[in-house]
Design a protein around this ligand. Structure first.
Ligand code: AMP
Ligand code: ZN
Length: 136
């Protein structure tokens, strides 16, 4: 895609702090990290989100997510790792080129998980589970 920032990074047209590159994938530091070492992984080809990622690319990127998570954890001596993929703007996706966030975590780093919103009752949870199962 012509005006996609991540396509441009993958093509070397916009500079980035490269972590990893192969024929199909590119990985680089997030410019606005949640913690030092926050890394992004993208397919070089433009796909907007997980829904449109070909299965083969998704399988390969899964292996890469594992490999780079281990490297980030060791590289910045993190205590843990969050792996996040935002899909659609409602879920916080800003750049419409599929990407995984590898976020190193440190004990007491001040970042908090989203608050839980318990179901009002068991019936509502069961109904929602049915709706999701019916959607496969
Ligand atoms: P998302 O909200 O999942 O779309 O996240 C997009 C991420 O891309 C954000 O964390 C940004 O800080 C990061 N980002 C945007 N532009 C660049 C860039 N030129 N180089 C590195 N990271 C970027
Ligand atoms: Zn793109």
């Amino acid at each position: 895609m012509n005006d996609c920032v991540f396509c441009k990074i993958a093509q070397g047209k916009i500079p980035a702090d490269k972590i990893y590159e192969d024929e199909k994938f590119f990985s680089f530091l997030d410019i606005n990290p949640n913690n030092p070492g926050h890394t992004l992984i993208i397919p070089k080809n433009h796909y907007e989100n997980i829904y449109s990622l070909p299965d083969e690319i998704l399988c390969d990127i899964g292996l890469l997510v594992k490999k780079i998570s281990i490297a980030v954890k060791q590289g910045v001596n993190a205590d843990g790792i969050n792996i996040i993929m935002n899909n659609d703007s409602a879920a916080g996706q800003i750049i419409p080129h599929a990407h995984f966030h590898i976020i190193p975590r440190f004990a007491d780093d001040g970042l908090h998980h989203w608050p839980g919103k318990p179901y009002p009752n068991k019936e509502e949870a069961s109904e929602i589970a049915e709706e999701i199962k019916d959607s496969f």
